[in-house]
Write a protein that binds this ligand. Structure first.
Ligand SMILES: [Cu+2]
Length: 203
């Protein structure tokens, strides 16, 4: 092998590596910490990119919201528009699934081990929030939050969140919580380093 072909070979190898690495370079994230003023828990805050360019395909498989030990689990479920949610019942008592919001639905009441799907495909102005209720147990409450794009996360108890796979660009990051609010914030995501965006929500 001549010296020239060695150099050319390594250049080709570098180009091939760059081509392979490109999707990973795009897999940057936005992360941060959210505080909810006056609340012991900073969990269940949806952090999301308000509007991302392009169209997004909902997951082929339904996303689950269970009814377990008399609670909707998860309590807050953000989904991409068009996503089907499978409402399960894991309790020995029958549960009902209905929402008084947006187009409204009442999927009926069913027994343990059964589930029904509902497609959240009718959102005209994001986010569309559906309070998720059960007619059998008025104390039960959950939320389905329908979003324009798949770049969202829910905070854990410590208020931490991480959004993965956001393509580089400039965005507005917004938050949703059942009882508290905060203004959206601008963020620029670049491929080299993850962005940090913190929020303090107030009632
Ligand atoms: Cu119930």
């Amino acid at each position: 092998m001549t010296r020239h072909s060695v150099v050319l070979g390594s250049m080709l190898a570098a180009a091939a590596l760059a081509a392979v690495a490109a999707p990973y370079a795009a897999a940057v994230s936005i992360s941060g910490t959210v505080k909810v003023t006056g609340s012991a828990s900073a969990a269940d805050v949806v952090v999301y990119i308000q509007q991302a360019p392009g169209t997004f395909t909902a997951p082929a498989k339904p996303v689950a919201m269970d009814q377990k030990q008399m609670q909707f689990v998860p309590h807050v479920l953000p989904v991409l528009a068009g996503t089907k949610v499978a409402f399960l019942n894991s309790d020995p008592t029958p549960h009902n699934v209905f929402s008084p919001d947006n187009e409204k639905y009442n999927l009926g009441t069913w027994a343990q081990g059964l589930s029904k799907d509902y497609a959240f495909a009718k959102c005209a102005k994001f986010p569309c929030v559906y309070t998720q209720l059960c007619r059998v147990h008025p104390e039960m409450e959950g939320y389905v939050v329908v979003l324009q794009n798949p770049f969202f996360a829910v905070t854990d108890k410590t208020g931490h969140y991480a959004i993965e796979g956001v393509p580089p660009g400039s965005y507005t990051v917004a938050v949703w919580h059942a009882k508290a609010k905060a203004q959206p914030k601008p963020v620029t995501v670049d491929a080299a380093k993850p962005a940090t965006v913190d929020f303090t929500l107030a009632r």
